[in-house]
Design a binder for this molecule. Structure first.
Ligand SMILES: Cc1cc2nc3c(=O)[nH]c(=O)nc-3n(C[C@H](O)[C@H](O)[C@H](O)COP(=O)(O)O)c2cc1C
Length: 309
């Protein structure tokens, strides 16, 4: 038997037992996955995006399968801050993994308030700001669309929290390194990327958009997006000094290794949880096997390796 592989990773002040996190919106509040996943083994998970008040989300249909992926328009349905604190978080006390609270707001002030509220919760290890949301004060343009708005909203959250603050970037921009740098300048501790790509599916028989949200668009995720997302993770890890968390289409341990080699300090598994609820565990086991097979003692030594030969 070979020696144990060290899968631990550190993202500045934030350490993880291993680099495998479940992505927001694909893993509920963690508890839903306990029949399939040992929450003491994975590095952690990101909660469904939380807002101050509960949200009902968009009318159905809210998801549709596409070639090697899916399109969703959930509309940020969530239980809201109070119910998360009172009904979900207490049950997470018995597990070891990191709890990362994904959150959003309609205004800069709401992001700030949410960051402050989440900071009061001891069991919450880190915050992940989803900035791919409409800014109601700017006519519904996404916060992530403009680096100045990114700086404004991230600075506001930064003022409100001492917790490790991850900013989750939208890939629906001309150059993602510009928004990554804006988040870094505003005090983000790390960036995570990517969120979903805007797309559309039409129902040709009825000549209408498939999704029920009114405008017909949704967010594309899954294996279909992996090469594009991987390139963005590579570009971003060259552009910023803070850690990068990579995601987009990760399905296997090899996918995760590619992201780490492109510069990611940790990875997230999203859509794969829908077609294999044990995906995070399988990827974790696969990482150990991969490292063993390749004589790697410490997974961190692979970070950025694709450009270090
Ligand atoms: C059904 C669904 C719901 C999602 N909800 C959120 C969310 O609430 N907040 C967020 O930041 N990202 C959300 N995402 C985006 C994922 O976390 C992830 O960034 C994206 O799906 C790309 O990763 P993947 O290809 O591994 O799924 C959601 C994705 C899906 C498929």
């Amino acid at each position: 038997m070979g020696s144990a592989v060290d899968l631990s990773v550190s993202l500045g002040t934030f350490s993880l037992a291993n680099p495998v996190l479940a992505a927001s919106g694909t893993f509920g509040y963690g508890l839903e996955f306990t029949p399939f996943v040992d929450l003491n083994r994975i590095g952690g998970f990101c909660t469904k995006g939380l807002s101050l008040k509960p949200r009902m989300g968009n009318p159905a249909p809210r998801v549709v399968e596409t070639a090697a992926g899916m399109l969703n328009s959930i509309g940020l349905e969530n239980v809201g801050f109070d119910r998360f604190r009172d009904e979900k978080l207490p049950h997470l006390q018995m597990y070891d993994c990191r709890v990362v609270c994904n959150f959003f707001g309609d205004t800069v002030a709401e992001y700030e308030e949410m960051a402050r509220a989440l900071s009061t919760l001891d069991r919450v290890d880190a915050l992940e700001m989803n900035i791919s949301c409409p800014n109601v004060e700017e006519g519904g343009v996404q916060f992530s669309a403009d680096p100045k708005t990114v700086e404004k909203v991230v600075s506001a959250a930064r003022r409100a929290t001492d917790k490790f603050l991850v900013v989750k970037l939208s890939p629906n921009v001309t150059d993602i390194t510009v928004t990554a740098k804006a988040a870094e300048a505003a005090g983000a501790d790390a960036v995570s990327l990517v969120n979903t790509y805007v797309g559309m599916v039409l129902d040709a028989e009825r000549a209408v958009p498939y999704l029920g949200n009114g405008n017909g668009t949704g967010g594309l995720s899954g294996p279909a997006i992996k090469p594009i997302a991987l390139n963005m993770v590579y570009q971003t890890s060259q552009a910023v000094s803070i850690p990068v968390i990579g995601l987009g289409g990760i399905r296997t341990a090899e996918d995760a290794i590619e992201y780490i080699m492109a510069g990611a300090s940790a990875i997230q598994v999203g859509t794969a949880n829908f077609f294999d609820p044990r995906a995070t565990m399988n990827i974790l086991d696969g990482l150990t096997d991969w490292c063993r097979d390749h004589d790697i003692d410490k997974i961190e030594s692979l970070r950025g390796r694709a450009w270090k030969q």
